[in-house]
Design a protein around this ligand. Structure first.
Ligand code: FAD
Length: 446
């Protein structure tokens, strides 16, 4: 057990960067704890990822640093991958309100999540704290000797640049905007079209085409399903396997070994084919272009380091914090628990260990990642612990551990999502499952 240092109870002036799901709940929790909060949002509405934007970036692979960035990676047909019971806040459920224009399905379309977040922002009053069309361009300590004085500089749509000083900064800028590409010889000169899933919106451009999708996560599977009914063939390049047919028009391959200028793709199992397009569903990079910490916080091979319990850089805690860095969990639950924890640490109701103790905790965590053979880029994947992390946060907050049924529902959802065939989002009777043995089922592997 750590010996914790006392900190006087206090109310701080805090800047929250981003008005997506995380920024909204962070603002609410900070205000509940009596802090003074300003939320900076570069867009013109709340909702972040859930604000569907039909535009695609000028560089579909996202390599050009001068491109105009579109924040959201939503595609038009997207339906949520977790059912309603685990997509709400603890005290603000994601219920199907029966009125005109509402999508009442257990796995609704993305528009419904946006409506839910807008409702949350209005009903909690957080919307009044948001400064829209304020893009944060610099976050830096005023002087290096003080960790509780941060200058936040922003740019408005009309180009005006201004700044204000805050005691605390809570970073909630999202993690699904900056593409991470699959690497293979010949990628830059390959003859066909290439995009990253960040720029995928609709299936029509793939009509009658042979498409290779790189990746084996939810986006790869979902986009494959989306284009299957228009494309000539869809080939998933992801698993160490020899080629096999999943079903009509859909094939599984090993990863790409190399690609040739003439459109030929050679897979690691030695098979090859010609394709028209490659969609990189290879994930995203953490990106904080505004953050200047003089080397204290770095992103190295997609590890944001060092972060105590995935939230606080020990040398700058509690004044700089990050919400929603981890993935492979129930996103909304994570953001809410982390936000409450940050708010209560800032007010002094919960105490952090010493800087040295936080640093050794971070090192121990990295050693665990290495011990299981994971690369650094998987540091924030919450798969080792199966909700231990969320339960640890709940414990810090004096809350009971996550109900078993929520955990089971999460793992069941992911298993169903990764399957091809019938649309299980329509055939899984979530209500019945909850009334039945849902809470008793054994956890299934992701
Ligand atoms: P975001 O929603 O990305 O919000 C970040 C906000 O910060 C944005 O509004 C952005 O404009 C703003 N911002 C960024 N930089 C700046 C800056 N410099 N200055 C000011 N503002 C800034 N989760 C689920 O639970 N269920 C799902 O079914 C699901 N499906 C998904 C499908 C896709 C394709 C993607 C990409 C994600 C999905 N997620 C899903 C995860 C989703 O990211 C989370 O649900 C949640 O929206 C994350 O919220 P956030 O606030 O952390 O980030």
């Amino acid at each position: 057990m750590y010996k914790k240092k006392a900190m006087p109870k206090r109310s701080v002036k805090a800047a929250v960067i981003g008005a997506g799901m995380s920024g909204l709940v962070a603002a609410r929790e900070l205000r509940r704890e009596g802090h003074q909060v300003v939320v900076f949002e570069k867009g013109s509405e709340v909702g972040g990822t859930w604000v569907y934007d039909p535009r695609v970036e000028s560089d579909p692979l996202g390599l050009d640093p001068a491109r105009e960035v579109v924040h959201s990676s939503m595609y038009k047909s997207l339906r949520v991958n977790l059912p309603r019971p685990i997509m709400g806040f603890s005290d603000y459920p994601f219920e199907a309100k029966l009125s005109v224009g509402v999508d009442p399905r257990p796995f609704p379309g993305h528009e419904e999540v946006l409506r839910f977040l807008q409702g949350f922002a209005e009903d909690s009053g957080v919307v009044e704290l948001v400064r829209f069309e304020h893009e944060v361009v610099r976050v830096e300590r005023v002087v290096e000797e003080r960790n509780d004085e941060w200058v936040v500089e922003w740019q408005t749509r009309d180009g005006e640049v201004r700044a204000e000083v805050f005691e605390a900064v809570v970073v909630c800028n999202g993690k699904y905007t900056e593409p991470r590409l699959a690497e293979f010889p010949g990628r830059s000169t390959w003859g066909g079209e290439q995009i990253h899933s960040h720029n995928y919106r609709v299936p029509e451009p793939y009509k009658d085409k042979i498409v290779v999708i790189i990746g084996n996560g939810p986006s790869a599977v979902d986009i494959a399903k989306d284009i299957l009914h228009v494309a000539k063939e869809v080939h998933l390049a992801s698993r160490e396997t020899t080629k096999f047919k999943i079903h009509d028009g859909l094939y599984q391959h090993s990863p790409i070994d190399y690609a040739e200028d003439n459109g030929k793709i050679v897979f690691r199992d030695g098979s090859s084919m010609r394709a028209d397009a490659i969609i990189h569903c290879s994930g995203y990079k953490y990106h904080f272009p505004f953050l200047k910490t003089n080397g204290i916080v770095n992103v190295d091979d997609n590890r944001v380091e060092p972060l105590y319990k995935q939230v606080f850089p020990p040398a700058l805690a509690p004044w700089l914090s990050f919400i929603a860095i981890p993935y492979r969990t129930i996103a909304i639950l994570l953001s809410e628990l982390q936000s409450r924890w940050v708010a209560k640490i800032l007010s002094g109701k919960i105490l952090l260990p010493s800087k040295e103790e936080m640093t050794s905790s971070v090192q121990e965590y990295y050693q665990r990642i290495e011990a299981v053979g994971w690369p650094r880029r998987h540091t924030h994947r919450l798969q080792l612990e199966k909700f231990d992390y969320e339960n640890w946060l709940a414990g810090e907050l004096g809350l009971p551990p996550l109900e078993r049924w929520r955990q089971n529902m999460y793992f069941t959802s992911l298993n169903l999502l990764m399957m091809f065939g019938a649309n299980l989002r329509d055939t899984w009777d979530v209500e019945k499952w909850m009334q039945g043995e849902g809470g008793e089922e054994e956890e299934e592997e992701e």
